[in-house]
Design a protein around this ligand. Structure first.
Ligand SMILES: N[C@@H](CCC(=O)N[C@@H](CS)C(=O)NCC(=O)O)C(=O)O
Length: 203
């Protein structure tokens, strides 16, 4: 079993934090995404979305999309406490927040960064105005997280979950967009300091 990744890239880090939380170690292979290694036919044969991270199982089966990879490990290596929720209500709340943070937060942040910086202009049409619009939508979404954390200790409720992992990744990534978690977001600030102490996230 092997994970193709670039360690500090947000989607790869999401899987790494998840694995560290579960205490699972997996062989890694570095992929030079800036240099376009993920654009090769060999890599695209492994990854349906042409991106990292990709998990390759011993029988050659490959899985892309970071949450799908986390889901595989959650099911294949069950522990007493699941980061995807532990009863019907918790599972639905984790799924709801996971989707909200991903669709309204992380993907929008990535679109903003890619389109403003033009970092991947060798492989996609970058539209600066779309990047700015995405950045603005992200700024409008972030207070939703602060509001939620005023009433629950973690993003999806009383327990740390994959929704917290996605939110940590988002909070770190928005620094690339010059968006700060400032004093206008006291609950998000408190939560961020608290979860940053977890060994999985410190690593
Ligand atoms: N939705 C995907 C996003 C994956 C993604 O955006 N990967 C980036 C690195 S964080 C990548 O491979 N970028 C290179 C490219 O798009 O060419 C996931 O969660 O796995």
């Amino acid at each position: 079993m092997k994970i193709y990744e670039l360690g500090p890239a947000p989607s790869a880090r999401r899987v790494s934090i998840f694995l560290a939380e579960k205490g699972i170690e997996v062989e890694r292979q570095h992929i030079d995404i800036r240099g376009g290694e993920n654009l090769s036919e060999d890599f695209k044969a492994k990854s349906l979305n042409g991106q990292i991270p990709v998990l390759e199982l011993d029988d050659g089966t490959t899985i892309c999309e970071s949450v799908a990879i986390c889901r595989y490990f959650d099911e294949a290596y069950p522990t007493e406490y699941s980061l995807f929720g532990n009863n019907a209500l918790e599972k639905a709340q984790v799924e709801m927040w996971q989707r909200l943070v991903e669709l309204r937060g992380l993907l929008v942040a990535m679109q903003a960064f890619r389109n403003i910086s033009g970092i991947y202009q060798d492989r996609e049409n970058c539209i600066a105005e779309w990047g700015e619009e995405s950045r603005q939508r992200l700024i409008e979404f972030i207070p939703t997280l602060d509001k939620q954390l005023a009433v629950t200790p973690y993003i999806a409720g009383n327990n740390f979950s994959i929704a917290d992992i996605t939110t940590v990744i988002l909070c770190d990534f928005i620094q690339n967009l010059e968006i700060q978690i400032d004093d206008s977001l006291p609950n998000l600030q408190r939560w961020y300091q608290h979860v940053s102490e977890r060994p999985s996230i410190k690593a």
